[in-house]
Design a protein around this ligand. Structure first.
Ligand SMILES: [Zn+2]
Length: 373
């Protein structure tokens, strides 16, 4: 995430803090200092740090469970609105998604329980206050914040943990796309209620509702996209009508093809077959650094991404992104069969969805034509 500072590693996971979080600490300290005094301002900063330490443990719970299920946990970032644990891929096995999601709120309940046993009788109960007036209020507030965090995160709406738990439970008895669809509808209905009551009573509730509504929609789109990609093999979406360049040709030759056609990535074919891929990024960088007369062999990517014709598009897409490549070659027994790039995939999906819509329109309109006939 941009504008976040890497603080270090916890259990091998990058720990980052967004600059706006530091800004929040500064604002709380400055306004506490001017309105209440130094001890209160310092206590407020410590209170926020303690709350976010609990958020960090919550996110660590998600990350470590994800790792147990074989997914790579990449980073945890703290923002003023909470924490984000980034993992390589959300598990789609319902039981794993439930376990990975429910662990966060459970951790907050456990922290509240431990704190209550340790200092509860002394600190008592109390609503959290950003500027705790005493250490008692500090700990009473920390206990209730953890209870509130657990409740808030279990709201059954994406992107909250509760939304994922709900989808997981539904997916135990139906297919993943349908489970997502229902969970998204529940989340969106709930967020509409938040917005409605928020406008009447509390604007914060309305703003939260708005973000939950957006989050639910984007989750549904991602799941639909993934399931669409999973159905299509590389063979079906690859470009088969393309130009090739030779390794000993000058870069100018590829530029000429790029100028007079729509192709931006070129397979480089030598006497023995494919030797590399010349991608748009490499062409642009080379023009700048080496000029257009440099031979293609000096610019091409020898370690190019390649796929079997049977590989499904979701895997192609993931591989291109993880290897940071814009295009790859589809090979069968070492022979070049086609080319695939990120744009090819999105173009394929665009035409496919248009075809599906027109097929749905044709089938839904057939009865009325039949009647007219
Ligand atoms: Zn969580």
């Amino acid at each position: 995430m941009s504008w976040s500072l890497k603080i270090g590693k916890i259990f091998g996971i990058d720990f980052r803090i967004h600059v706006t979080f530091l800004l929040l600490l500064f604002l709380v300290f400055a306004s506490g200092l001017s309105e209440k005094g130094l001890p209160e301002a310092l206590r407020a900063v410590l209170f926020i740090c303690a709350v976010f330490a609990c958020v960090l443990i919550h996110e660590l719970g998600h990350s470590l469970i994800a790792r147990r299920f074989g997914t790579q946990a990449k980073s945890i970032t703290l923002l003023p609105i909470g924490g984000i644990a980034t993992v390589e891929e959300m598990p789609e096995k319902p039981s794993q998604e439930i376990a990975m999601s429910v662990i966060g709120p459970l951790i907050n309940l456990a922290i509240a329980g431990v704190l209550f046993l340790a200092v509860g009788p002394w600190a008592g109960f109390g609503a959290p206050d950003l500027y705790p007036s005493s250490w008692r209020a500090f700990f009473a507030g920390l206990i209730s914040v953890n209870v509130l965090l657990a409740i808030f995160n279990m709201i059954p709406a994406f992107p909250m943990d509760g939304g994922r738990v709900l989808r997981g439970i539904l997916a135990l008895r139906m297919d993943y796309v349908r489970a997502t669809s229902i969970a998204v509808s529940v989340g969106q209905a709930l967020s509409m209620l938040f917005i409605f009551f928020g406008i009447l009573h509390n604007w914060w509730l309305a703003i939260i509702g708005f973000f939950l509504y957006i989050g639910a929609g984007s989750e549904k789109q991602q799941v639909l996209l993934r399931s669409a990609l999973r159905r299509v093999p590389a063979r079906e979406a690859m470009v088969t009508d393309f130009r090739v360049v030779r390794p000993d040709e000058p870069l100018a030759r590829a530029l000429e093809h790029a100028h007079h056609g729509c192709q931006e990535d070129f397979p480089v074919i030598g006497d023995a077959g494919i030797e590399g891929v010349l991608t748009r990024d490499r062409i642009l960088a080379a023009i700048h650094e080496k000029g257009v007369n440099v031979p293609v062999s000096e610019v091409m990517d020898r370690n190019f991404a390649s796929f079997d014709p049977q590989t499904t598009l979701d895997k192609v897409y993931r591989q291109l992104l993880s290897e940071n490549k814009s295009a790859g070659a589809v090979l069968e027994d070492g022979a070049l069969k086609g080319m695939l790039c990120l744009e090819t995939i999105s173009r394929y999906l665009m035409y496919q969805s248009a075809l599906e819509k027109s097929a749905a329109w044709a089938s839904s309109s057939t009865p009325s034509y039949a009647r007219q006939g």
